[in-house]
Design a protein around this ligand. Structure first.
Ligand code: MSP
Length: 502
């Protein structure tokens, strides 16, 4: 089974923030889960380098757009391994392979008759790199997303006949109710389509920083037409000498934020239709991270969660866990250092970390580090029945928060199990039944910790790897997530606390 998953590609006119990190972490969790299924996974992320924002910032700094992009791409790229992102390729829209393929696909759209030249006049947001239609514009002529003044622009442009795809797009939505997820976003996209599609301009004459329109070389492509195609172009050159398109296109999952819904759920499928290319299966739209006070994050309000600070203090697993657990994936959510610290201490350290360390410590103390070979406790086994299947289904719908919660319920159940069974009391009793009972409790706990860790590994890749290695069961494929006698007889090694006090 091949599985192709992508994030949006980041504008590199600034430095990476926690919103960028969030989208990559969520996508990474899904990609890692799909690899656990044994799938042939390709996970793409990258940088969106063309367009006004980069050109304008570079001009203000007195450097070339390429210099600015190179400098910032280095920062965005460096963050990925620190977040433990397991992407298979990093696409840059200034890559030669991307530029060539954009020209090929757009030429096909032109040859198929879906373009025309015309004068465009409208209200333009330089931050969105988008013209706004009348009913979107906020009072005072402000951008509905950035709340900055719109600029009146008029120029001779090439247009894409988006309006010709009205019927086909409506059919796509009625035939594929999970094309856009969650449902509220599907409805939003569909009502945008039903309100009537206008053609959109696909080129810029006044801008030099972009990919040249091959049939009219005074123009460059409007940045969104260039950027959206990254998902397709990258497969052509990600592996030198190899074309991955047949293996991985169409994508199963595009993961994006709610501010770029229209481009991915309306423009993108229409472009692919115009180029006669297969459509992606799902677009998953996540919400926005807000400042700790629930307002939009901004340096001046002092409510920003800085991913670099979190990484330095708590490490990648803590940031990954916190964001996936605290913000319901799909919805907006406030995030902040205090809440992160609370989750770290209460859940990672006191619940999961403590369960792991006491299980290991008791097996070492009472059984010389060897997991007893004995039948497992049906009371605990029952808690895990069907769990891996449930996670599987949730992940098919990108429900990363819900899936994590299912596993966490088992973490808590196991801690209660320890309290109920009181292994330390059993260890004190000097008769064969107590000895046998303790074997069952310890083997069952070891197995539960192992299964939980396999299921948590997409979220906590580093700490689960350390723990599973210490337990002598490093394999994380999902077929190892059944509660059975997998760990029987393994030798368990001592480990440092997984989540030490900070
Ligand atoms: N370059 C375009 C995307 C082109 S995709 C073909 C872009 N770049 S961006 O850098 O502004 O945003 C990249 C992704 O980060 C988007 O999916 C966006 O929604 C997401 N986020 C940006 N700020 C965010 C938050 N505060 N919270 C969550 N995600 C946010 O848009």
């Amino acid at each position: 089974m091949s599985f192709y998953i992508t994030t949006a590609i980041d504008y590199v006119n600034g430095v990476p923030h926690v919103g960028h990190a969030y989208e990559k972490i969520a996508t990474d969790v899904i990609a890692r889960h799909m690899r656990q299924r044994g799938g042939d996974v390709f996970f793409l992320t990258g940088a969106d380098e063309h367009g006004e924002p980069v050109a304008d910032t570079a001009a203000a700094e007195g450097i070339s757009p390429q210099e600015l992009a190179d400098r910032n791409v280095a920062r965005f790229k460096a963050l990925l391994p620190e977040l433990e992102i397991s992407n298979d390729f990093y696409v840059r829209t200034t890559d030669e392979g991307h530029e060539q393929r954009v020209q090929e696909v757009m030429q096909r759209i032109h040859d198929n008759g879906y373009t025309y030249k015309s004068l465009y006049e409208g209200w333009y947001c330089p931050r969105c790199a988008d013209f706004k239609v009348e009913n979107e514009i906020l009072e005072g002529n402000l951008c509905p997303i950035h709340e900055i003044p719109l600029v009146r622009e008029s120029e001779e442009n090439w247009f894409f006949k988006l309006s010709e795809f009205q019927v086909e797009l409506e059919a796509l939505y009625s035939d594929h109710p999970s094309f856009v997820m969650p449902l509220a976003r599907y409805n939003e996209a569909l009502s945008f389509i039903q309100s009537g599609l206008q053609d959109v301009s696909l080129s810029r004459a006044h801008l030099k920083w972009g990919i040249t329109v091959p049939w009219d070389t005074d123009h460059v492509f409007y940045v969104w037409f260039d950027a959206l195609l990254n998902y397709y172009t990258a497969l052509g050159y990600a592996r030198p000498g190899e074309d991955l398109t047949d293996t991985f296109w169409p994508a199963q999952f595009h993961v994006i934020g709610k501010d770029i819904l229209k481009f991915h759920t309306v423009f993108w499928p229409a472009m692919l239709m115009a180029a006669e290319l297969p459509l992606p299966e799902h677009v998953f739209v996540h919400g926005f991270l807000l400042g700790s006070d629930g307002r939009k994050m901004s340096k001046s309000l002092g409510n920003v969660l800085d991913p670099f600070e979190v990484l330095a203090r708590f490490g990648a697993d803590a940031l990954r866990f916190y964001l996936m657990r605290d913000v319901q994936f799909g919805a907006d959510g406030a995030v902040g250092m205090e809440a992160l610290q609370a989750r770290y201490e209460n859940e990672l350290a006191n619940e999961y970390g403590n369960l792991a360390s006491r299980t290991i410590a008791m097996i070492r103390r009472y059984r010389d580090g060897v997991v007893p070979e004995v039948e497992l406790d049906p009371a605990l086994r029952g808690e895990f029945d069907g769990l891996a299947d449930e996670i599987w289904d949730l992940m098919d719908g990108a429900e990363v928060t819900a899936a994590l919660d299912r596993v966490w319920q088992r973490v808590r159940r196991c801690n209660r199990y320890v309290e109920e069974r009181q292994p330390w009391a059993l260890a004190k009793q000097d008769h064969p039944e107590a000895h046998h009972e303790l074997n069952i409790v310890l083997a069952s706990l070891a197995e539960a910790v192992r299964v939980i860790s396999v299921l948590l590994s997409p979220y906590l890749p580093e700490s689960t790897a350390t723990l599973l290695k210490a337990m002598g069961s490093p394999v994380i494929s999902l077929d190892q997530a059944a509660f059975a006698e997998h760990g029987s007889g393994s030798l368990v090694e001592a480990i440092e606390p997984l989540f030490p006090r900070r």
